[in-house]
Design a protein around this ligand. Structure first.
Ligand SMILES: [Zn+2]
Length: 374
């Protein structure tokens, strides 16, 4: 059934779609922190100084005036991001990533420079995030962290630590919905409440956001753009699938194998790439710090950077740089660059090899060593 946009209409359908939501593997997992969350389906303004219910689609407060809704293209609200059976019924100009694999020209989907990896982690902060931060810090490595607003409220000290250690903090919505399933007003609320939660914790306003599941179309993009946010996805085909380990449909080994398969592909690419990883569940952090990162650190020629660094953007926040330090020159040329995106002490700081075969050879050695661990 197609739902038509209305001010609060989609909110009213929330209870009807609850079983669909819970049946959606990743979405159900996202609700770990609030497994018994009962989300209100009637309009409930949030009291001054308070936040919306965690892991529930928030209601709009005072932000609607920031968007000119007459400029928002009209496309049907999806049913939890699910694609129609007949994909040809989707208008071409909807550019729906989930169902049309469509990247819009304004989407951030890769790093321009070859052999450059936009390192990102979604869904935190969580109780397992500090283990990831420890590993990154030990290698003088920073990343882009797409923060769920509800988790920012649950674990503010962890978010503060991430910010203080120079990671690029970005937005990943309040309750982690499929954004095409939200009404225009709910899209505003998901983004702005997350922005507020992050600002309240670390004092800066992120300019980058990532739609959960990559679920975005030109309606969602338009609203995000009007609010000043840059839509960031990941390079098609560069999903580690780590989120499927806690879901039970992938293994640590299969995720490492997926990552290994990229090492031969990367040197043949005309650009760098952005990878999807997560730090919500222990298995996701485990596969990163024990499987993927050790290989990456030791792979000569491979440079890992936060997205803002690989785009040479020194101001990832409305307020400017914050704690983010843009390293000069790392994006200036395609070869012969000796700076990795995180300083110069990490083991991949020697990532200066420009010969693709060097990258492959070095990686192969490490792959063999690491795989032996599993
Ligand atoms: Zn996510």
């Amino acid at each position: 059934m197609v739902k038509i946009l209305s001010t609060f209409g989609a909110a009213l359908s929330l209870s009807l779609s609850l079983s669909v939501v819970l049946a959606h593997g990743h979405r159900g997992l996202e609700k770990r922190a609030a497994a018994a969350a009962k989300c209100s389906t009637v309009y409930k303004p949030v009291a001054a100084g308070a936040y919306p219910d965690l892991d529930c689609t928030p209601f709009v407060q005072a932000w609607l005036k920031l968007v000119d809704f007459s400029k928002v293209p009209v496309f049907p609200v999806s049913n939890d991001g699910a694609c129609p059976t007949d994909l040809t019924t989707i208008p071409k100009d909807q550019c729906w990533w989930t169902c049309q694999k469509c990247d819009a020209p304004t989407d951030i989907t890769n790093c321009p420079k070859t052999d450059t990896w936009g390192l990102t982690y979604d869904d935190g902060p969580s109780p397992d995030s500090p283990r990831l931060y420890d590993n990154l810090l030990a290698h003088n490595q920073t990343a882009t962290l797409f923060i769920v607003g509800s988790r920012a409220i649950s674990f503010p000290e962890t978010l503060k630590r991430a910010y203080n250690e120079g990671h690029q903090i970005a937005i990943h919505t309040w309750s982690h919905p499929a954004m095409t399933s939200m009404s225009n007003e709910q899209i505003v609320a998901e983004l702005k409440w997350t922005e507020k939660a992050i600002f309240d914790v670390i004092g800066v306003t992120p300019l980058y956001w990532r739609p959960p599941f990559g679920d975005v179309d030109n309606r969602v993009r338009n609203i995000a753009t009007q609010l000043g946010f840059k839509t960031s996805i990941w390079t098609q085909g560069f999903d580690t699938d780590d989120w499927n380990i806690p879901a039970g449909t992938a293994t640590t080994q299969s995720v490492v194998d997926t990552f290994k398969s990229w090492l031969t592909k990367i040197p043949t690419m005309s650009t760098g790439f952005i990878v999807l990883e997560h730090d919500l569940f222990p298995q996701e952090v485990d596969v990163s710090i024990n499987g993927i990162l050790p290989i990456a650190y030791a792979t000569k020629g491979l440079v890992m950077e936060p997205i803002a660094q690989c785009l040479n953007d020194g101001k990832p926040y409305k307020e400017g740089a914050g704690t983010f330090k843009l390293l000069p020159g790392s994006n200036s040329t395609d070869t012969g660059n000796t700076t990795n995106g995180n300083g110069s002490k990490g083991t991949n700081a020697a990532a200066v090899a420009t010969n693709p075969s060097t990258l492959i050879t070095a990686a192969s050695v490490i792959v063999a060593a690491v795989v032996a661990l599993y």
